[in-house]
Design a protein around this ligand. Structure first.
Ligand SMILES: NC(=O)c1ccc[n+]([C@@H]2O[C@H](COP(=O)([O-])OP(=O)(O)OC[C@H]3O[C@@H](n4cnc5c(N)ncnc54)[C@H](O)[C@@H]3O)[C@@H](O)[C@H]2O)c1
Length: 352
């Protein structure tokens, strides 16, 4: 079976994707520094597979290291090569992802996200790895009021995080164009992944105070914080709150496998692809659905709009659906239910 290297495989999206890769019989090699995750997420993946009582014998290898450390990557690939483990495909999740932190510590974000990626591209070239999937983001797009964002929409990120993602996309395209080899690359522009695996055993586990809305809703529902702060109730939307395109993390994880397998079957190709549901949900709608399906309360308070926030960020996902036949399956209700199950079982993440 093929060997897949997953950087950031212990993180939120990475752990769900590793689970599916293992379930499909791939041998998985996780590289993670655990700066924003716990190795316990990887134990839990094995537990889920075992609980299913399946006949699968999961082949999961874990390497604790930082992508900024060239020597670590050199040694890792050298050892893999020595042991006849040629890496057939790479899914590159590792990176820092907080927009607000990126504005405060720009150098850290350029170093981790861009230098770390360049190190990975160099080692890929050295060892002839030609199949690559990258975690990009909808933050690349110029946000247009109330229109869907397609892959050809204008790109111009306004924060350091988004700029690092766009820079990596540009580097990838340059590498692709300069090479004459059978390179297969996909950059997946995620919208807002939320929810958790149906078992409640793995989920989003940010180190420190969360930045994204869904972990904040979970913390509020559980009473870890008193109330949810909603930024702006004067947006030009039906209820005045901002609209986002939420996608279940299991749909997103599955999209990675589908795209990876599509690349395996194809020759030289470069894909930029939106991964979202194409459906917009306002913050108030999300809270109401969460309260209803989980029979709980999420107290909230309105505050001023944040600088740089957009009114509506929703994917035009027609390429995902029509060209790649990938159709997100799960509803906002599913996302709210599964996310709450994870949080209730693990109020302090993997620490219990
Ligand atoms: N979650 C989102 O809303 C979202 C949206 C769009 C794009 N993305 C991108 O998807 C990717 C995965 O996101 P996530 O939500 O799973 O984040 P996450 O923080 O849960 O996972 C990232 C993983 O990368 C690891 N990591 C960070 N820097 C590293 C380094 N230098 N070397 C090795 N490992 C390192 C972290 O420890 C963590 O396990 C990120 O690149 C993120 O920017 C996320």
């Amino acid at each position: 079976m093929k060997n897949i290297l997953v950087t950031g495989g212990a993180g939120f999206i990475g752990s769900h994707t590793c689970l599916l890769l293992l379930e499909k019989g791939y041998e998985v090699h996780v590289v993670d520094s655990f700066v924003n995750s716990s190795p316990k997420s990887l134990d839990k993946i094995l537990e889920i597979i075992k609980l299913k009582n399946s006949s699968i014998d999961p082949k999961l290898n874990i390497y604790n290291g930082d992508l900024r450390d060239k020597k670590f990557l050199e040694n890792l690939f050298f050892d893999l090569h020595k042991n006849n483990k040629k890496i057939d495909g790479i899914i590159h999740f590792a990176g820092l992802k907080s927009v607000s932190e990126s504005v405060k510590y720009p150098l850290l974000y350029w170093e981790v996200n861009v230098i770390g990626s360049i190190n990975l591209f160099e080692i890929m070239k050295k060892y002839n790895c030609n199949t690559f999937v990258f975690s990009s983001s909808a933050t690349l797009y110029v946000q247009k009021e109330n229109s869907l964002l397609s892959e050809s929409s204008e790109l111009n990120p306004i924060n350091t995080y988004g700029k690092t993602k766009l820079t990596i996309e540009i580097i990838l395209k340059d590498i692709f164009e300069a090479s004459k080899t059978n390179l297969k690359m996909a950059s997946l522009r995620y919208f807002n992944p939320i929810g958790a695996h149906f078992s409640g055993l793995i989920g989003e586990n940010p180190v420190g105070k969360p930045n994204n809305i869904f972990p904040l809703i979970l913390n509020t529902a559980l009473g870890i914080q008193k109330q949810l702060e909603i930024y702006g109730n004067d947006w030009p939307t039906n209820d005045g709150t901002a609209i986002r395109d939420y996608i279940h993390v299991m749909d997103l994880a599955e999209a990675h496998i589908d795209i990876l397998e599509n690349l395996f079957q194809n020759n030289r190709t470069f894909i930029n692809l939106n991964v979202g549901t194409g459906l917009g949900t306002s913050v108030l709608e999300l809270i109401k659905i969460f309260e209803k399906v989980n029979n709980t309360k999420v107290p909230y308070v309105f505050s001023k709009r944040r600088l740089g926030d957009a009114c509506s960020v929703v994917a035009d996902n027609s390429t995902l659906i029509n060209k790649f036949k990938i159709v997100p399956k799960f509803s906002i209700e599913d996302m709210c239910r599964d996310g709450w199950k994870w949080k209730k079982k693990n109020p302090i993440g993997y620490k219990n």
